[in-house]
Design a protein around this ligand. Sequence first.
Ligand code: CP
Length: 304
Amino acid sequence: MRHLMSPLDFTTEELDRLFDLANDIENHPAKYAHTCDSRILATCFYEPSTRTRLSFESAMTRLGGRVIGFADATSSSAAKGESVSDTIRVISGYADICAMRHPKEGAPMVAAEKSGIPVINAGDGGHQHPTQTLTDLLTIRSLKGRLGDFTIGLCGDLKFGRTVHSLINALIRYENIRFVFISPEELRVPDYITDMLKEKEIPFQEVIRLENVMPQLDLLYMTRVQKERFFNEEDYVRLKDFYILNADKMSLAKKDMLVLHPLPRVNEISVEVDSDPRAVYFRQAKYGVYVRMALILTLLELVP
Ligand code: CP
């Protein structure tokens, strides 16, 4: 039995197979419509979500399976003090696979250790968000035609952003990637990541102003300043509108640069950018369904 805790749980060859499968699902959905007949996905979300939970539910439904779960810790027995270990033991008798989001780092890993079914980390605190990374990689591969050989800017909350940490970890396995980290001083990417990049001799730069680096980027990954990760409101208010990507800034970018964002956005991308063909974040959200369909089939060993 296999779980997914980190994007690194798959080799790059396995990821290629997963993305090929996701593209085939996108192009031939009818072929997969009954591959999970009689299978059940449990979505156990102890933290809010729109895309991750609903795209998992959409994915299982499109594969012919069914979905059970909870969208909020307060509506589960966690509110009575039940541990994730006990919860997953019980759910192992109710479902065939489980996607779990939890505010505590490592909680899905604790669940996986006691689980009788595959557990997918659907986001744990500020740590990892592997299925978002799979979505990001599939989007880049599908729209750029390659993974590797590009300069990627990551902008916003690089300190607490689990999508950023997961994506950097996944991208360093590909050839010729250059990172540009764009953040205010307080939200810089953690030292363990920059230390790791130095050790692997992967080029990166850290800057504060987005405008200065726009012309060199092939990809721009925008992120939200996450209110829920701040310890005080004052710091959040001071930093929340630090970056706003607008049409003026987009005019500085390459004609084929792509803008990604894991969403939800707050103010960091002006709505006027949505109509720019380089803004692909809503397409990215849709790729999240195909890659989660491919992931469910792979973990349940049901790939036709
Ligand atoms: N990208 C993402 O994880 O969105 P949700 O928080 O809505 O699931």
